[in-house]
Design a protein around this ligand. Structure first.
Ligand code: SF4
Length: 432
């Protein structure tokens, strides 16, 4: 099989100098550079003031139109393909099951998270609506058009869930409410459940309550960092960004009370300098509170303050991915696992036969996120290739086949007797 070769598709099986984990010392973001005044706050887009017309595909126009939520939202390339707004094919995926809608403004996100393509420090380099985010472009589409398309055939919709992703902007709280209202006016939230990926920095408990009352099903908080130190380094004071660990936890605990058990969760990125124990301890904490974790593998997003750093080695990622699945869905506990002096998992605390059976289902290695309509442990939000290139998949957006399981086992150093995996067994990439 052939497919388009995306940028940055080199395999990244090992970390710096062949290490099997991303150590804290090397995972240091660059300092953000100062932005000239003429580029600040989306000034270029606002002063050109080009009127938007219909769908805007990033980089296709020389002057980015002046688009704002709640009239406009951005969506992932996968969602745009599934919605029929753009053409394209995804390697081994027919569609995505989650319609991710991202609020958009010429001023962009006012935060500066070091791993994120949407961060404020990119103001001089690229207009907000043209920035790459989790490795792909995000077309901008009028919200009314999105609702029109989905409302035409809600029962037959490929989407199992819709998610509104807030960004850090003074209008974000109010506009999330308006976008949600536009959706629920025409689409029954019980037919396509709604998730909110929140921005705690600007939110109050009252905002969380209102979003719940309006029909949202699940509320998530993107902690992203597994420890307060890494949080501060990558999305707080360390990079001139406004977020704080304390405020994120406040809103997470509000969501716990308001949305209830199994209806709240947190995002965690693996490989930003935390130990495997740190990540799994946080997963356990969330489960004990009654919530879930949604996990991402660190990938050096082009243009971000961490784009010079190594992607998470696959061994570290697979161990944490498996540990997280065991804690979230198999009643395993972090206290029963064993870790070495570097915090790496050396024993998952389960009998080998049981562990093998769970590995062979492949479920632990699929993209994690809010559930769709297939099963509680199959995410609607499959984010195809959001945290890796297709040549070296981190989160599988589809059901794993035999070759995928053998690859994962190889990465976990748990080959079955007589079995192996070789990269050249896989698909070819070319430039078609
Ligand atoms: S708040 Fe979210 S969108 Fe904004 S820079 Fe941070 S991670 Fe990116």
């Amino acid at each position: 099989m052939t497919c388009l070769k995306p940028e940055g598709s080199e395999p990244a099986l090992a970390g710096k100098d062949g290490a099997d984990f991303n150590a804290a010392e090397i995972m240091q973001p660059r300092a953000p550079a100062a932005t000239p005044a003429e580029f600040k706050n989306g000034e270029r887009v606002k002063s050109n003031d080009v009127t938007p017309e219909g769908v805007y595909l990033p980089k296709y126009n020389i002057l980015t139109p002046h688009m704002r939520s709640p009239d406009y939202v951005q969506m992932s390339t996968a969602a745009a393909i599934t919605l029929g707004i753009t053409n394209g094919q995804m390697h081994r995926c027919a569609c995505t099951r989650c319609l991710n809608l991202l609020l958009t403004y010429p001023e962009g996100c006012r935060a500066n998270c070091a791993y994120c393509g949407l961060a404020r420090h990119r103001e001089a380099e690229r207009d907000y609506a043209d920035r790459n985010f989790i490795r792909v472009d995000w077309p901008a589409v009028p919200m009314d058009e999105v609702v029109d398309i989905v409302a035409r055939d809600v029962e037959g919709s490929p989407f199992h869930r819709m998610c509104i992703s807030m960004i850090t902007h003074p209008r974000s709280d109010d506009d999330t409410v308006t976008v949600l209202q536009k959706w629920t006016d025409r689409i029954d939230p019980s037919a396509i459940p709604i998730s909110i990926l929140s921005n705690p920095t600007t939110m109050t408990r009252g905002d969380v309550k209102l979003l719940h009352e309006m029909g949202s099903d699940i509320f998530t908080v993107a902690l992203d960092a597994a420890t307060p130190e890494i949080f501060d380094r990558t999305r707080g004071k360390g990079v001139q960004s406004p977020h704080s660990w304390k405020k994120y936890w406040e809103i997470l605990m509000d969501a716990r009370e308001i949305f209830g058990p199994q209806k709240f969760g947190a995002h965690i990125i693996v490989g930003m300098g935390e130990t495997e124990y740190d990540s799994l301890n946080l997963v356990q904490q969330l489960v004990d509170l009654g919530g879930h974790s949604h996990m991402f593998c660190f990938f050096p997003e082009k243009g971000s303050l961490m784009d010079h750093l190594p992607a998470t080695p696959r061994d570290q990622w697979r161990r944490v991915q498996l540990g997280r699945y065991l804690i979230d869905y198999c009643d395993a506990r972090v206290e029963h696992m064993k870790f070495d002096e570097e915090g790496r998992v050396i024993d998952f605390g389960l009998p080998a036969a049981e562990l093998d059976m769970i590995i062979d289902t492949g479920l632990a290695f699929r993209t994690s996120g809010c559930p769709g309509k297939f099963a509680d442990d199959i995410s609607a939000c499959d984010r195809p290739y959001g945290d890796s290139p297709p040549s070296n998949i981190a989160s599988y957006p589809f059901e794993l086949e035999d070759i995928d399981i053998r690859k994962v086992r190889h990465q976990l150093d748990r080959n079955r007797p007589g079995e192996s995996y070789h990269q050249d067994e896989e698909f070819e990439f070319d430039d078609e």
